[in-house]
Design a protein around this ligand. Structure first.
Ligand code: PRX
Length: 664
């Protein structure tokens, strides 16, 4: 007799540990627990297992060179090409199989399938075009593109010729594009005319052009993919030095470009991410270590096999898309899905329709999306057959047990393991999560560190905390996928990630500890629950935003004297931006001002950073030394009991602000 729904809900509610389904274990890429022990005994040689997933032009001599910490080098002496690893080597056996299944947002449009053969051809043609335009080895090419297939084509074309890419999320503003191009001294841009959002075409080229206006050096060439073109009507006039993507590819039809052998430690790409200061950090990833890491984790954690149709709903403009839509899955020769649009267009079942239509085997998404699905209700997934799914994953922020269980039951039909994967732009790939064919799952807890990963939870002195106590997450040994430095800024690299817990004078690896700036706790079984950032970085819908970046956008608005930004908890997005603003004399604290502030943030960063609340206040709570007490502002945003106010210079301001927030 099947359980009735109420019984089932009650049982799920109480259950705090879930075993991997037998049907999954039987076929899992990794199903033997001994891997943990084996990797520990054999560290760092264990990582040969990851390197073995790749084809090398020249074999490496050493797995890890730790002679100059924290500037570790992996697979030294080895040479390889990432594009050849993601494409060429699959041609013989899988040339006719789909590499990318792309689904555009408009429902009446034809979707596109790129077989490995087709993707290889277009990557070669575009690589030839880039070379022709003067892109040389080590030139940084910026991409400012949405979820269209030409984005992975451009990334792989760059990888083919040894030009690092720097992808800027399409939702970022023109200013954000300019800042990143300036920081990377990037002289080439690949962008597009526009794309679709909730059914409407959205102009993107104007924003790109505006960004180009802010670039301080000469830009050699811009390539524009005409996603919105109708027939031969370009819709946009391209300026001098701007090339239509389709023309370039046609001009180089059938050309092949020999993949450049890159040193394992050569830069594959840069990715700018938010940090504590207003200036984004250029995280540098390398060819050998990064590719080995993403391939190995795709295989071990996402259980990717060549015959899968694997679906990650992230945007390629963020690290998740780089690692787990493009590099990891394609290195393994599987079919990777890409969806252009939002999950609620034309209706709230769009993702489920895609899973059903393509028989997707894995779904990797963010807790914020799961919370939205939960809010929308079960009728949407119930419209579709989701039985093709074998594994579910989440990434980007902590997932609350209720959302985990909803995902497990209503999407996975209690038949798919869930991997809650903790990692960062800087780690290149997953670090803490369960191996799905091996480990018990505990909703809300990411799991133990992966085999070979030495992650711990420590106190301020660096000593491991007792089970159940809160502390800070650290990684005490290097790993192949790690960032190598911040672009052109070794000093900031050490300051940001290592200084806290390392003896920075030492050249012994054991004295160096990586600090991801996350709070965490650990249980008796070594399962880590990540509690969130401990620096001034917010996590809105799984997207990383620096409070300083948002504050400087707000103080850039005419009439704003001072601003403080903190995160308030939000049912769907996890955190929401709360902005406390002091206006200058003579400016009204009215709706118009509020709108100008939101617009200011939009144009400096992008809509994702828009404040949910703008609270005008005559003063900000400050310590006697003049430091803003953000903790109090956070307590107010979250409607929590206030922490200690005794060190405040101006304690009265707190109750004033509280009244304003509750009165809003
Ligand atoms: O705070 C952690 C949170 O996201 C941060 C990294 O953000 P970003 O570099 O943008 O990369 C996101 C995609 C990997 C982390 O420092 N985070 C990421 N995954 C989890 C998480 N917090 C809790 N649980 C996770 N699974």
């Amino acid at each position: 007799m099947p359980e009735d729904t109420a019984e089932l809900e009650a049982r799920l509610e109480e259950q705090d540990a879930f075993e991997p389904p037998e049907s999954f274990v039987e076929q899992a890429n990794v199903s033997d627990e001994s891997i943990y022990e084996e990797f520990e005994q054999n560290w760092p040689q264990c990582w040969e297992q990851a390197a073995d997933l790749l084809d090398w032009d020249a074999e490496y001599d050493t797995v890890l060179d730790d002679s100059n910490p924290p500037f570790y080098e992996w697979f030294t002496g080895g040479e390889l090409n990432a594009s050849a690893n993601c494409l060429d080597r699959h041609l013989d056996e899988r040339g006719d199989e789909a590499a990318i299944e792309w689904v555009g947002e408009p429902v009446d449009e034809e979707n596109r399938t790129y077989t490995y053969e087709e993707l290889h051809r277009e990557v070669n043609e575009f690589a030839a075009a880039l070379r022709d335009m003067g892109v040389g080895e080590d030139d940084v090419v910026t991409m400012y593109m949405p979820m269209i297939p030409e984005l992975p084509v451009a990334m792989l074309a760059c990888a083919r010729i040894g030009a690092p890419h720097s992808v800027v999320f399409a939702g970022f503003s023109a200013d954000a594009l300019a800042t990143r191009m300036n920081a990377a001294d990037s002289q080439f841009l690949v962008t597009c005319d526009g794309y679709y959002r909730r059914g409407d075409p959205l102009d993107h080229l104007s924003k790109a052009n505006e960004g180009l206006g802010g670039v301080e050096h000469d830009v050699e060439a811009t390539v524009v993919v005409e996603r919105l073109r109708e027939g031969d009507d370009h819709g946009h006039d391209l300026a001098d030095g701007q090339h239509a993507y389709a023309d370039l590819v046609a001009d180089h039809e059938g050309e092949e470009v020999e993949p450049v052998s890159r040193d394992a430690e050569d830069m594959l790409f840069l990715m700018y991410t938010s940090g504590t200061t207003g200036k984004p950090k250029g995280v540098k990833h390398t060819t050998g270590g990064y590719l080995a890491w993403t391939a190995w984790t795709s295989q071990a954690v996402l259980d990717v096999k060549p015959d899968d149709t694997y679906f990650c709903s992230a945007d390629i403009g963020w690290i998740t898309g780089h690692s787990y839509i493009v590099y990891g899955p394609l290195a393994l020769g599987t079919t990777s899905m890409m969806y252009e649009g939002t999950p609620d267009h034309p209706d709230r079942d769009r993702l489920w329709e895609i899973v059903d239509e393509y028989d997707a085997t894995q779904l990797y998404t963010a807790p914020t999306a799961i919370r939205a699905f939960m809010k929308w209700g079960t009728e949407y997934p119930e419209r579709h057959d989701l039985s093709s799914l074998r594994l579910l994953g989440t990434v980007g922020e902590p997932i609350n047990p209720r959302a985990w269980k909803w995902y497990y039951k209503h999407i996975g039909n209690e038949d798919c393991p869930i991997v809650d994967t903790w990692w960062q732009t800087e780690t290149g790939g997953m670090m803490v999560t369960t191996l799905p064919g091996v480990k018990t799952m505990k909703p809300g807890s990411a799991g133990p560190p992966l085999p070979g990963v030495d992650a711990r939870v420590v106190d301020t002195e660096g000593n491991e905390v007792a089970a159940g106590d809160a502390g800070y997450l650290t990684v005490n040994k290097p790993w192949p996928g790690m960032l190598r430095t911040l672009y052109k800024n070794d000093e900031r690299f050490i300051d940001e990630y290592w200084a806290e817990y390392s003896d920075t004078e030492s050249d012994d690896m054991d004295d160096w500890v990586y600090f991801p700036e996350d709070g965490a706790k650990i249980d008796d079984n070594g399962y880590i629950t990540v509690l969130g950032r401990v620096d001034d970085v917010l996590n809105v819908s799984g997207h990383r935003l620096g409070t300083m970046e948002i504050e400087s956008a707000i103080v850039g608005v005419e009439g704003v004297a001072e601003a403080a930004v903190v995160g308030g908890s939000h049912e769907v997005t996890g955190e929401a931006v709360y902005a406390y603003v002091i206006t200058e004399e003579g400016y009204d604290e009215d709706e118009e001002m509020r709108e100008r502030i939101v617009e200011g943030v939009d144009s400096a960063i992008g809509p994702i950073a828009r404040p949910e609340e703008v609270i005008f206040t005559p003063e900000l709570p400050k310590t006697r030394s003049g430091k803003i007490m953000r903790r109090l502002l956070e307590d107010i945003a979250n409607d929590e009991e206030l922490g200690d106010t005794s060190t405040l210079r101006n304690p009265d301001v707190v109750s004033d602000i509280q009244q304003k927030v509750s009165g809003d």
